[in-house]
Design a protein. Structure first.
Length: 131
């Protein structure tokens, strides 16, 4: 049994398989997931697991060089927007319209569905390199 870190096998496997500039999406419960994109469904019920907790666990495992969020988040969910930016720290964040965000999910290695019900609680993480 794995002792520490990411215990979810599908998510740990996707993170281990990433190359430079590959993407992973951490999503709320309502984001449409393209049929051609791997779905890692963690949602149990409203709020479980929370978006920020899944993001935090993913950031502990993944080298992230940049992130993409929907520009609508700042207006519609300002508290989440603030918390997300704080969690990402120095990672550059690109804001795009939600429709563009949804289009970009089609090229992600996987979309991780959380139980989050906060509007626009979605982020695309772009893999960096550790060297």
């Amino acid at each position: 049994m794995k002792k520490i870190g990411m215990l979810n096998y599908p998510l740990a496997s996707v993170i281990a398989s990433l190359g430079h500039t590959d993407t992973v999406v951490i999503a709320d419960a309502g984001l449409p997931i393209p049929a051609t994109t791997e779905r890692i469904d963690l949602a149990i019920k409203e709020g479980l697991p929370p978006f920020l907790e899944v993001l935090k666990a993913t950031l502990d495992e993944m080298q992230v060089e940049s992130a993409v969020i929907a520009s609508e988040m700042q207006q519609v969910s300002p508290a989440l927007h603030k918390a997300l930016l704080e969690l990402l720290g120095d990672i550059p964040v690109n804001e795009v319209a939600h429709e563009e965000f949804k289009a970009q999910t089609a090229s992600a290695k996987a979309v991780v569905r959380t139980g989050e019900f906060t509007p626009y609680a979605n982020v695309i993480l772009v893999a960096g390199v550790v060297f």
